[in-house]
Design a protein around this ligand. Sequence first.
Ligand code: GLV
Ligand code: GLV
Length: 327
Amino acid sequence: MPSFLFTAPLPGPAEEMLREVGEVEIAHGYGPEELKEVAASGRYDVLITQLSDQITADVLDGAKIKGVANFGVGYNNIDVDSATANGIFVGNTPDVLSDASANTAMLLLLAAARRAHEGERLVRSGQFQGMTPELLLGADITGTRLGIAGLGRIGKAMARRALGFGMEVVFVQRPPHDREVSDDELGDLAGKVEQVSWDELLETSDHISLHVPLTPDTKHLIGADELVRMKSTAILVNTARGPVVDEQALVTALRNGTIEAAGLDVFENEPDLADGLAELPNTFLLPHIGSAERSTRARMGEMCAENALAMARGGVPPYPVNREVAR
Ligand code: GLV
Ligand code: GLV
């Protein structure tokens, strides 16, 4: 009978699906040592993991598991090369969360632009004294240019939303590299969004939203140098991964008015924040809830279960990260 370990409970039908075919255990808050121990124990065929679980080479070398089903589209928490070298499949949950994640990016852009956090506090504090013409003036959205850094599935979903808000959309598909994207690849966005160089995106965008995976290439994609090249009225939105932005440099830039504001759903050292970030009024901060719409999260759980089931049976998961394990 296959056996599965969830490192945290999942929303939706995942647990029930796997209980129908095998044994399920649910752990809470395992650290690296416990993960290594359970992976090596031979008790589980598949681990169903969270973005906060670090599935390192140390965990994977000597692991007696067939697969890791990660709850999320990103998998920078897993050393995929080690998994592949050890014949262990890794699965993720792509596509289903693109709209929810783009909704969060738009929420952050609007909230940071319109100073939602300051407005909310004012109303709740009892200090609101009625509408006045200059109360909480914020940044323009409609008619401005949005630079999308990373035009994958989520970046494209963000582009559609920005177009709906009357923004002009420019993009770099995989910054910092400029790669030519064909109209075919752009699909419904062909003719509606414009490809520019990374330099041009940084310097001419009114606002910038990040949608790249975290890789060695994209670590600190936005650092002090990039921040000074952005417009002083720019808003930076990050729903991708915290380390894509040098968070301490961002705090300095926000404090000095190098850029106007930031909307962040992810942090460089999650759940810790860079010194000073929480005190800045010109930020809107969310606790990594990019995909947290009920049906999205339920479907992500279901996909994890589908991945886990296939891997436990010795097959390729339906949503594989390292399909090459099958060779
Ligand atoms: C969320 O951050 C994900 O990668 O799914
Ligand atoms: C992730 O799903 C992406 O390609 O943006």
